[in-house]
Design a protein around this ligand. Sequence first.
Ligand SMILES: [Fe+2]
Length: 326
Amino acid sequence: MRQPTAIPKFSTGLNPLLASFKQGPLRRRTRVMEQLSATWDSSFVASDRFPEPLRMGEFGYRDDELPHSNRVIDDLAMATPVRLLDARGSAALAEVCRSLEPLALGSSFIISRRLRGADLLSPFLYNMLRDRSFLLRISRLAGVPLIPHPVRSAAAQINYYSGEPDKSDEIGKWHLDGMDYVLSMLLTDPAEFDGGEFAYFVGRRDAFDRGMIADADVRTAPLHAAGDAAFFRGSHIYHGVSPVTSGHRMVLTLSFFCPSFAAHDSNTFLHVASDDGVPKTVPGWLRLKWPTRNPFRDYALRSGSPVVTWQDLEEADARTVPARAA
Ligand SMILES: [Fe+2]
């Protein structure tokens, strides 16, 4: 048993509380306009088959610990590598995210350098994240209807990592997300950097917290090309990024929300506030927790998203040859 040494664990205890009062603005006030050579196009959405995912049972979780309805037990744990966009879409997305890098801010909490709320700065990202075809594809992968998370600062985050001789290597510490449905998409060719492996722990979160970490339970996501992604239950699966020792690595992290399972959302106010600060967390928290009459309609309005329902998901499944590998 060991604590993986290349990646430190993020701080817990009082540190998130202290961080929630220390966080500055989500982004610098400087306006950097997106290079408009890249515009979102629905035809960028890929149609490749998804690999068979790992289920939560393989991580030690029981079905009665998971959200379930009369339709499904929501038990997807990790699917990787998956592709949401075709090669043209991945290249255009990478161009957009590169243009936003001057707005990224440093942080010592979990990710060394990141841009929160990136979709609120980029028409490309905003339109992609709210494109019906894109949402149906991610919903088919998850097996539950998904929309962008109503805590808008967290819906799209770009993480930047550089390894330069005169700087400390940038990193993503071992951590859990507040978010349940997380897509982490590599946007740089792995030949452009050293280090920077996406590691995850195959086991329960309480086992990791107790230090019960066997080498065999730490795996690396097979992200071998720009556009490859991991879709996983970020709130339950410990994950981190090893230090980037040279070159440049860029990742887009998207967080989704299932209106059917709103009551199971794993976020805590403190976790969000430790990233965004208390004042900026309050509006998003109200969007998440304010009562709803029709969850599908109300959460879509709060996320600025099309409505995606179970019926939409079933119809999309029926229209397409099964996207999951047999
Ligand atoms: Fe994360």
